[in-house]
Ligand binder design. Structure first.
Ligand code: FUC
Length: 781
């Protein structure tokens, strides 16, 4: 159905159409004003990137909101192709010395040929995240042109809703993914009794999967995951949908269920696989889904939705944002994206920010897999880039807003993944490099494969694990906890140890450098992409070594090892400024020779964001050079790469520039109607990077300093944000007016000192005995 034939009605108009009882129910269920934290549309989704996502971290659905047919496209986060495997190439170690020699000698083409022949993983690709298909609900009664069609996703409750009226009957569907009950619950109701008549079936069923509808009220789908190249799929899964419809009849109909004469109905959907750990697939998915349904069916839909809402709000409501509003905020979400170039919809940026937090809560919770390239939402068996964990920027970007927007629990799956990568990565370090410690290259999958993949020019980059360590350390710094620190120290140490064993002496300068490596995926114009000592590597190592030494000091031990790390850190090749005034991306001044001057990756600017090695005040020359590099790269790039540029300009305190790039990110070239980020195609990192960029415009934290409104754009003269977090367990609310500070409230451990900056003024303040202090513009006079 198209927008034609759907009469756009106001809420009051819609309520007038409803029978008295339902109108009261609907009115009660919905606030009088359209909540601002809401995506809404006047027509069903006609493409997957128009459908609305719900998720509980582990399982998720994309809801299309069709009239005669509802489609819920379903995912479970451990359903990937393949089986436990070790992809390390046994010839790699023997080739390593010659590979290094060729790279130092400048024979890059020869180095890449050798690496492709002997070093890269077997198989050359990693496993893919896969969909479990869709549940179809064919509504036999709902035929004809509806009026009052609206579908929405409420970011504050996690509830997706579809509402329309046909022939005087108003149909309502609600969907939640419940983290408490571990089911997706769907509720169908109508304003007239007996109008729930539908057929339920699975769609996109795999060739060897089996459908079972014999239980009468439960539709099951079970089977096996796909193969990953030569590696046979070893996961079993079970998915079931139970129809609870006491007022009507539920009966088997071939490979489906038919529901007739119901007043209302609840569907409970459970999904599980046999995955237990990267090396263990002995789980019993049938027992898991059966138990989940048994537990969930003791609750009404209202109870499940309330539990889902409360658990979601516990995290979501820690932060609020208001960037001002305008008439555009009243428009349907897809229209707002289409017209965002007008630049008059500040509330769209706030909605995007809220959505970023919503998506992280929905795709990464304790016990789940981390958010992959598509979070948890993927409708394909072979999605772009396998919907994996690409760790040369993308997975890290997913977690950029986590600590600053008070979602530390959502980082736990990432931390758990690093713990597992340290196990598989130790094998890779030993077998490939003959080194101690652990290493991961530019991608990881469900099986925690850590060897280099895809081709030497993309994959032979040994820094993925080292970069992830930054998130482990950040997690500690945002909320210091000695037991947690002790638990991650071996991971930091193992990552550092690998480099102590593998760093090479640069024959030109005598510095310690990585080799083989690359500046992620950017060919330098001197024979390929491989190189030694790309600037990013040196920056990541500086951070890794600093964190490792700091952690050792805090734990009061391991001094000899810490001394070794300090000594190696001092010998790393320093950052250099090149002949264009740019920050050099490579150890030689090759930037101007690179074939793609606007390359999406801005790896050497890692030092400016997310790192703080480059700073406008502390290292002004390097900051100027980074700025020059950014100018050369340009503002427009793929989704995530655009988002990275927002953060970088914010770090340079260029609020208007950052805002201009944010506007591009929010426009139809980089944002789909459902607000998913367009790489294109969909990749969720841009959503998270954009959310982080908004934070960076409003609040920055470096060294001991908390900088209020460091990059506030003119487009947001008035606003407020509450609940942002900085290092040292500090929570901050900031309000501003006419482009200036109105007030700031800091909550932190009592009697601690903080350094706060607004404009050019820096003040030392003491958090009071009650654990808070409020600052005003006069505090900075
Ligand atoms: C990196 C990027 C690509 C894409 C892929 C998933 O390799 O260079 O643009 O985002 O990850």
């Amino acid at each position: 159905m198209t927008g034609r034939g759907i009469m756009a009605l106001t809420r009051r108009g819609l309520l007038a159409l409803l029978p008295a009882g339902l109108a009261a129910g609907v009115a009660r269920a919905r606030p009088a004003q359209r909540p601002k934290q809401r995506l809404w549309y006047r027509a069903p989704a006609s493409a997957w990137t128009e459908a609305l996502p719900v998720g509980n971290g582990r399982i998720g659905a994309m809801i299309f909101g069709g009239i005669g047919q509802e489609r819920l496209q379903l995912n479970e986060d451990s359903f990937w192709s393949g089986a436990p495997y070790d992809p390390v190439n046994p010839q790699a170690l023997g080739a390593m010395a010659e590979l290094r020699r060729r790279i130092f000698a400048g024979d890059i083409a020869g180095a890449e040929a050798l690496a492709d022949a002997k070093v890269m993983a077997r198989p050359l690709s990693q496993a893919a995240y896969q969909t479990l298909g869709s549940l179809l609900i064919e509504m036999s009664g709902a035929k004809g042109d509806p009026t009052g069609y609206e579908r929405s996703l409420d970011l504050d409750t996690g509830l997706a809703e579809t509402l329309f009226t046909i022939a005087g009957v108003t149909y309502r569907r609600r969907v939640v993914a419940c983290p408490v009950n571990q089911v997706i619950a769907v509720h169908l109701s109508a304003s007239r009794g007996g109008m729930i008549n539908c057929r339920l079936s699975w769609d996109q069923v795999g060739a060897d999967w089996s459908v079972d509808a014999t239980a009468g009220d439960t539709l099951r789908l079970s089977g096996r995951n796909g193969d990953h190249g030569p590696i046979k799929g070893a996961l079993r899964f079970d998915m079931r949908c139970k129809a609870v419809c006491p007022s009507g009849q539920v009966a088997r109909d071939g490979e489906g269920l038919v529901v007739s004469g119901g007043d209302e109905m609840t569907l409970l959907i459970a999904m599980a696989t046999s995955y237990k750990r990267f090396d263990d697939v002995s789980g019993d998915p049938t027992a898991v889904t059966a138990a989940q349904i048994t537990a969930a069916q003791t609750q009404s839909f209202a109870q499940i939705a309330a539990q889902a809402r409360d658990e979601h709000r516990r995290l979501f409501r820690r932060v609020s944002i208001d960037l001002g509003t305008s008439a555009a905020a009243e428009l349907p979400t897809d229209e707002r994206v289409r017209r965002s170039g007008a630049g008059d919809d500040p509330a769209l940026a706030a909605l995007y920010f809220d959505y970023g937090r919503y998506l992280l809560i929905a795709s990464s919770r304790p016990g789940s897999q981390p958010a992959n390239l598509q979070g948890i939402w993927n409708n394909s068996a072979s999605p772009p880039w396998g919907s994996k964990y690409t760790i040369n920027i993308n997975t890290q970007m997913n977690y950029w807003p986590a600590e600053t927007t008070a979602l530390p629990e959502c980082v736990e799956p990432l931390i758990q993944m690093v713990r597992e990568m340290a196990v598989t990565g130790a094998r890779t370090a030993r077998t490939m490099y003959g080194a101690r410690g652990w290493v991961a290259h530019h991608n990881v999958d469900l099986w925690r494969a850590t060897a280099p993949i895809d081709g030497a020019q993309f994959g032979l980059w040994p820094m993925g694990g080292a970069w992830l360590c930054r998130h482990l350390w950040d997690h500690y710094e945002y909320r210091p906890d000695a037991a947690y620190l002790a638990s991650i120290y071996p991971l930091l140490k193992g990552a550092a140890l690998f480099f102590l064993d593998t760093l090479q002496v640069d024959p030109r300068t005598g510095h310690l450098v990585t080799n083989p490596s690359m500046s992620p995926e950017n060919p330098h114009g001197h024979g390929g992409t491989l190189d030694y000592a790309p600037t990013m590597d040196m920056q990541i190592l500086a951070d890794l070594f600093d964190a490792t030494v700091a952690a050792a000091g805090l734990l009061d031990g391991d001094k000899p090892f810490a001394d070794e790390v300090v000594a190696a850190r001092a010998r790393l090749l320093p950052m250099q400024v090149g002949r264009q005034g740019q920050l050099q991306e490579w150890p030689q001044d090759w930037d101007a020779d690179a074939p793609d001057q606007q390359h999406r990756h801005v790896s050497h600017l890692y030092g400016l964001y997310p790192s703080r090695l480059i700073d406008v005040d502390r290292t002004p020359d390097l900051a100027r050079a980074a700025r020059r590099s950014l100018e050369i790269r340009g503002d427009k790039a793929t989704g995530w790469a655009t988002a990275w540029r927002i953060n970088l300009w914010a770090r340079l305190r260029e609020g208007n520039r950052a805002h201009g790039i944010l506007n591009f990110l929010l426009g139809p070239e980089r944002t789909y109607p459902n607000l998913f980020d367009a790489h294109p195609p969909f990749q969720i990192d841009g959503n998270f990077g954009g959310t982080a960029g908004i934070v960076e415009m409003l609040l920055q934290n470096y060294g001991d300093t908390i900088h209020l409104l460091p990059a506030l754009p003119d487009a947001w003269p008035n606003g407020a944000v509450t609940g942002l977090r900085t290092r040292g367990d500090c929570t901050i609310d900031v309000a501003w007016q006419d482009g200036g500070l109105q007030s700031a409230r800091l909550r932190a451990p009592p009697k601690t000192m903080r350094t706060v900056r607004w404009g050019a003024t820096v003040r030392q303040v003491e958090i009071g005995a009650e654990g808070a202090i409020t600052l005003s513009p006069s505090s900075f006079r």
